[in-house]
Unconditional design. Structure first.
Length: 381
């Protein structure tokens, strides 16, 4: 209210005069409702100044004063004039709309001169701000709660799976929803390779060359990550080599026979399809390529250790490149299916000491055999 500051001096004057006049006579037309708030408009307030200033009718006790009461009569005249002036000023203020302002300001008590509209605006803004903050907090809470739930949901944190005891293969499917295929899948690996159909399989075209590599003990096996361009081509598709790792004993069996160890070389094509070459290992002579991996073993688990010299993977391959093939899955969680398996028929030699080195880290890390479920198995003539 822009007119409020200009009326404050008038407020003080009117209030002072009213209080002073109230000690001398009763002014019923200006009465308060007892809370400092102006009462509802009445005929006395709405009347023009002249009518509001009329003297009340005298009753039977208002006799004509004697001459000795001249001073009192004069005092009554002065008070009447004062009443007329006060009533006139009050009527002028009311006509400008100031009386309502005066009363609201006087009754607010805590605005310290601030305009009521600003106070209300401030309170509304404060309330809106509080609502906004509360709304933001309530919106953030679910996000935070959601956030807290995700961190503790099954599978969000590290899921411990193993090959023996708690978290073993029989429980993989129950450890995490993404592992369900381990229990529900129909084309799981490894299998006992028997009853294959002998056909003229096209040869696997290996394109391996000396490459830099690093070794990591990931808590389930020893794995070598290969750099450079190494690949295979089979069935008209090219698969790039990602890594190879070890299992003891061999996960695959051939006509019921299990080998000392197996190497799985994992490849992937541009569409994301996987092809795994399995090299069966049996005790014999020292295998130089495997020794290079053992030489680069890291001292701590989950720490990748770069090897000092490149590795030629051709040293791992058997002379006889015939193989068995079937469609299966990964042999570790999440046990994804649709994996092309290529199991080399001729075993690769490995020294007993080299087997012992791995056995000290992983005495057994082979998944049990899975049902072949009538899958077609083909083998090279």
């Amino acid at each position: 209210m822009r007119h409020l500051p200009a009326t404050r001096p008038l407020l003080v004057t009117l209030a002072s005069l009213t209080c002073w006049a109230g000690t001398l006579l009763t002014l019923p037309a200006w009465g308060s409702d007892g809370h400092g708030e102006a009462p509802a408009a009445s005929s006395a307030h709405a009347a023009p100044p002249a009518k509001a200033a009329e003297k009340p009718k005298a009753d039977k006790h208002d006799a004509k004063p004697d001459s000795k009461d001249g001073k009192e009569a004069k005092g009554d005249t002065d008070l009447g004039a004062l009443r007329e002036r006060l009533t006139s000023r009050l009527a002028e203020a009311q006509s400008r709309g100031e009386r309502g302002s005066v009363m609201r300001v006087t009754n607010s008590g805590g605005d310290h001169g601030a305009a009521p509209s600003r106070a209300k605006t401030s309170r509304r803004a404060s309330g809106a701000s509080a609502k906004t903050e509360a709304s933001s907090a309530s919106a953030a809470a679910p996000a935070d709660a959601a956030h807290a739930d995700a961190a503790h949901a099954p599978g969000a944190a590290h899921v411990h799976w193993s090959y023996l005891g708690e978290g073993g293969p029989s429980q993989w499917a129950a450890l995490k929803s993404e592992f369900a295929t381990c229990g529900l899948g129909k084309r799981q690996s490894p299998i006992d390779i028997r009853g294959g159909i002998r056909v003229d399989l096209e040869p696997i075209r290996f394109d391996y060359r000396p490459s830099a590599f690093s070794v990591i003990d990931n808590g389930h096996t020893v794995q070598a990550n290969i750099a450079g361009n190494n690949s295979i081509e089979v069935g008209g598709r090219r698969y790039d080599l990602l890594q190879f790792h070890f299992h003891r004993p061999s996960e695959e069996r051939v006509n019921g026979r299990q080998y000392d160890m197996v190497i799985h070389l994992v490849h992937k094509d541009p569409e994301g399809r996987l092809a795994v070459v399995a090299l069966l290992l049996e005790q014999g002579r020292v295998q130089p390529a495997i020794q290079m991996v053992w030489n680069s073993l890291p001292l701590e688990k989950n720490q990748e250790n770069p090897a000092p010299t490149p590795l030629d993977l051709n040293l791992l391959l058997p002379e006889d490149r015939r193989y068995y093939t079937y469609m299966g899955s990964l042999t570790t969680p999440p046990c994804s299916e649709g994996v092309l398996w290529l199991v080399m028929k001729q075993p690769v030699p490995i020294a007993a000491d080299q087997v012992s080195i791995f056995a000290r880290l992983y005495p057994m890390n082979a998944r049990p055999l899975q049902p072949s479920a009538g899958r077609l198995i083909k083998e090279s003539n």
